[in-house]
Design a protein around this ligand. Structure first.
Ligand SMILES: OC[C@H]1O[C@](O)(CO)[C@@H](O)[C@@H]1O
Length: 359
């Protein structure tokens, strides 16, 4: 329901909540570290139950949405709920829209076989590659293991947790930058700038670690200043992720699926993201032991690949209404091969031309 020109800003609310959660968790870890008797980490872990509890209790008092009532055939209740939410009796037009959207959604029969059609090859590719690439930036190596990493490069326990609070702050800040700019600059500019900044930062961090730790992985003379410079470049990397791959890894897939394939496309995106999050969390410690500083070069290599991928294969989707997205692929130098003229029966190509050139 988001208007096309605000879609980016509104969609990024999701990633913003994730980053605020990460920041809050890092703050709690810092605070509970001083609790004596081995209770600190238990309290920290236990506090994760608080948001879960709020959601669980909240769900008991959460009203049904008009949408869900319509879908289940409770038309009267849906209208009553809409009147209550909007605080007016005048809900006719919106109600009709909701019924039309629900009818349209019901007419979609086979989203999973639809998405395999040739004309949806661009969407299928993006649904798989974008979340996969988002995780191959290596962000969760920093997010999950920042304190371990900081300790390895010579900080004490407390300073390591404090540094994690700093990266937590940076990721929230970077996400706000994305919110403020995504519908003005467009998706491609953020992806390309963010990717380049991440690449440079990873190469610098890898090299700084290589110079001190070499291939033995052991160093005794890392000064505070040296370690602080590493943290600084890690912050550059985190900030760039936070305004590029972090939010756009969700936003772009969500705005390229027409209704016919939306449920399948979104399921693929979420599953691929979670699968790679799990995989990287599992292999990180072993990979660090084997690759040492090379791990940063490894992820830098992936960032180079994904940035090139965006440059060549991702068209700009800023401000393009979702129903007209097929015209964007149809005009693309590579994806146009997959879309025949009969597949295009919406909108006005000229209008999209304007928006794309504007982007
Ligand atoms: O902001 C970092 C966080 O964002 C995600 O990539 C999800 O978009 C998580 O996997 C990560 O922990």
């Amino acid at each position: 329901m988001a208007p096309a020109h605000l879609r980016g800003t509104l969609n990024i609310g999701f990633q913003l909540m994730i980053t605020i959660g990460i920041f809050a968790a890092n703050l709690i870890n810092y605070g509970t570290a001083s609790i004596e008797g081995g209770w600190g980490w238990r309290v920290s872990l236990g506090l994760a139950a608080v948001p879960a509890l709020v959601i669980t209790i909240g769900s008991l008092v959460l009203p049904d949405t008009p949408n869900s009532l319509i879908e289940r055939g409770h038309d009267e209740e849906a209208q009553a709920m809409l009147r209550k939410i909007r605080g007016t009796e005048d809900i006719g037009a919106e109600y009709d829209d909701l019924v039309a959207a629900s009818d349209e959604a019901k007419s979609v029969d086979h989203p999973w076989s639809n998405i395999l059609q040739r004309k949806y090859r661009p969407q299928l590719t993006m649904a798989i590659l974008i979340p996969c690439f988002q995780q191959l930036t290596g962000i969760n190596v920093i997010m999950f293991y920042a304190p371990v990493l900081f300790k390895t490069i010579g900080f004490g326990s407390e300073a390591s947790l404090a540094s994690a609070v700093i990266t937590g702050m940076v990721i929230v800040f970077g996400t706000f930058v994305s919110i403020a700019t995504v519908d003005k600059l467009g998706r491609r500019k953020l992806f390309l700038q963010g990717g380049t900044q991440m690449l440079v930062s990873q190469l610098v961090v890898g090299t700084l670690i290589a110079l001190k730790f070499g291939i033995s992985g052991v160093a005794t003379d890392v000064t505070k200043n040296y370690a602080s410079i590493i943290v600084l470049f890690i912050c550059f990397y985190v900030a760039a992720f936070a305004w590029s791959w972090g939010p756009l890894g969700w936003l772009v897939p969500s705005e390229i699926f027409p209704l016919e394939i939306r449920s399948a496309g979104q399921s693929i995106t979420v599953s691929v993201n979670m699968f790679f999050t799990f995989l990287i969390a599992q292999v990180f410690l072993t990979a660090l032991c084997h690759l040492k500083f090379g791990l940063f070069y490894f992820f830098a290599g992936w960032v180079a690949i994904m940035t090139a991928f965006i440059a060549f294969f991702l068209p700009e989707t800023k401000s393009v209404p979702i129903e007209e997205i097929i015209l964007v692929w149809k005009k693309h130098w590579f994806w146009s091969k997959f879309i025949s003229d009969e597949d295009v029966h919406v909108g006005n190509p000229e209008a999209v031309d304007y928006r794309i050139e504007d982007a």
